[in-house]
Design a protein around this ligand. Structure first.
Ligand code: SF4
Length: 484
């Protein structure tokens, strides 16, 4: 059960919060497979699953291969309308028996809880990530937060077992203040972890856009008061329910900017495929504007126009490359082009993580690199900012290069090599730029598929252990009270 939040807003916060409107939204969500099993889905949605698909999924119910025990099913009316015309979007959102054929994978990818000094806050790098909600408007089958969304028990470092909890404002603010005071008193670095000021926070989940505006506003204001310089909000709502970015939301975000003009705000959006925001004709081809650029879906366009009109706000897209969804050069190329044209940066594409059942979703690492590399050949320099990242337990790692030729005299390089580069070590910024070179393995889905062909590893990707016995910097909150 959520703990009561004892946070008391300042006068500035309260004045901002008093301006916020909280409309109700009707996403027309279909929750779970039962409406399809019991023939209770809206008439036009009933055929989303064929009778054979329904029979197969029903036969797994209650067994170890129950697809909803792994990841709950959820879809909005908006996404259904898009997906009925797109096999790729159907793959993203429709449950399939294939998902549970092989349940190998990690119950807590990246050992996220090792970085949680207080419940719901992961303190990595010089930034924090918070779980503020545990669901989204619809659910991607490949979600790498399936343990949070499925409310699964996770084993922590100390051996205890519990579901992941959500962040509470009072606890997070107390932690941020305590960490930053220690850093400040110690000449700019934390004496134990060597990390600098915690200056950036990502609101995540789940999708924070499921929270009412008032709750989002409360987080934005409290983090600003705590000294956070830049706030990100991660969302896939532009794909699932773009109507959420309405005048009330835009007014809230404008008023936030007015109250805290020095705090940066960045929307990290998540489009996987151009079918999620581009308009298609009856022949299945994308429609064009008179100048030849691709036409946006009116709902996504309206939302995007409202967001990009706020020049002080940055918007960036990041998405994994997933089997059957977007492992396609043309789709990835069109997406980068169409997003950049309207003012959205292309941040990362990701290799799939080692979630439970990852073999159903992940594209081989070298294939993903090739898709992104090929897709960028037809783009301009500014359209090609995205890198391919794979999240090692150590931190964000780039798949920097894949070569085809052997390196003379170097064993394991006969078929070429792959170079990983650490972008950010979750616990120690000083590792940035270190590389690991492995012999190629075109079938590799995860790091361990290269274990037998490591050539050079200054990054330490292959001697990583779960060394600490408690979350780093638990002492940052020692002696502070929960409320500030
Ligand atoms: S939007 Fe993100 S968090 Fe939500 S289900 Fe999809 S991948 Fe998971």
């Amino acid at each position: 059960m959520a703990k009561p939040d004892n946070y008391v807003p300042t006068a500035t916060e309260q004045a901002f919060l008093d301006t916020v409107e909280n409309p109700r939204y009707d996403r027309q969500i279909i929750n779970g497979l039962n409406p399809f099993f019991e023939d209770k889905a809206p008439e036009d949605m009933k055929s989303f699953y064929t009778p054979d698909e329904i029979a197969d999924l029903m036969s797994l119910r209650g067994t170890e291969r129950d697809v909803e025990a792994r990841m709950p099913v959820k879809i909005t009316r908006h996404y259904f309308d898009l997906a009925k015309k797109s096999a790729y979007l159907q793959k993203l959102v429709k449950a399939s028996p294939d998902e549970t054929l092989n349940l190998a994978g990690s119950e807590d990818p990246g050992y996220q809880m090792d970085f949680a000094p207080v419940e719901g806050l992961l303190h990595k790098y010089e930034m924090g990530l918070m779980y503020v909600v545990s669901t989204c408007s619809a659910h991607c089958r490949f979600c790498y937060r399936e343990e949070l969304i499925g409310r699964k028990d996770i084993e922590r470092q100390d051996g205890s077992v519990a579901k992941k909890g959500l962040a509470q404002i009072d606890e997070v603010v107390a932690y941020v203040r305590a960490h930053n005071e220690i850093v400040e008193a110690n000449g700019g670095v934390h004496p134990e972890s060597g990390r600098e000021k915690l200056r950036e926070i990502l609101l995540s989940g789940g999708d924070p856009m499921l929270l009412p505006n008032g709750k989002i506003a409360a987080w934005l204001a409290a983090l600003s008061e705590a000294g956070i310089e830049s706030i990100r909000l991660g969302t896939k709502e532009l794909a699932f329910y773009p109507q959420r970015f309405d005048d009330a939301f835009l007014a809230m975000i404008d008023n936030f900017h007015q109250a805290y003009p020095d705090v940066g705000f960045r929307l990290m959006i998540h489009f996987n495929h151009p079918d999620e925001f581009l308009l298609k004709g009856a022949d299945g081809e994308y429609l064009k504007n008179p100048n030849g650029s691709l036409k946006w879906h009116p709902d996504a366009k309206k939302a995007m126009d409202g967001l990009t009109a706020r020049g002080w706000m940055n918007i960036e897209n990041q998405a994994p490359i997933i089997k059957g969804v977007n492992d396609d050069v043309r789709a990835i190329q069109l997406m980068q082009r169409a997003l950049y044209r309207v003012g959205v940066g292309n941040h990362y594409f990701f290799c799939g993580r080692d979630i439970v059942a990852y073999q159903a979703f992940n594209v081989p690492i070298e294939t993903a690199w090739n898709i992104l590399n090929e897709s960028q050949k037809g783009l301009s320099g500014v359209e090609t900012h995205a890198r391919l990242s794979i999240t090692h337990y150590k931190g964000k790692t780039e798949v920097a290069a894949v070569t085809n030729e052997p390196i003379p005299g170097v064993p394991e390089s006969e078929n070429g090599v792959l170079i990983f580069k650490i972008l950010r070590n979750a616990a120690d910024a000083r590792d940035r730029g270190k590389v690991c070179i492995v012999g190629r393995n075109p079938e590799a889905l995860w790091f361990d598929d290269y274990e037998d062909r490591v050539i050079y590893d200054e990054a330490g990707l292959y001697d990583y252990g779960r060394l600490r016995t408690k979350p780093i910097e638990t002492q940052a909150t020692a002696g502070t009270t929960a409320s500030t």
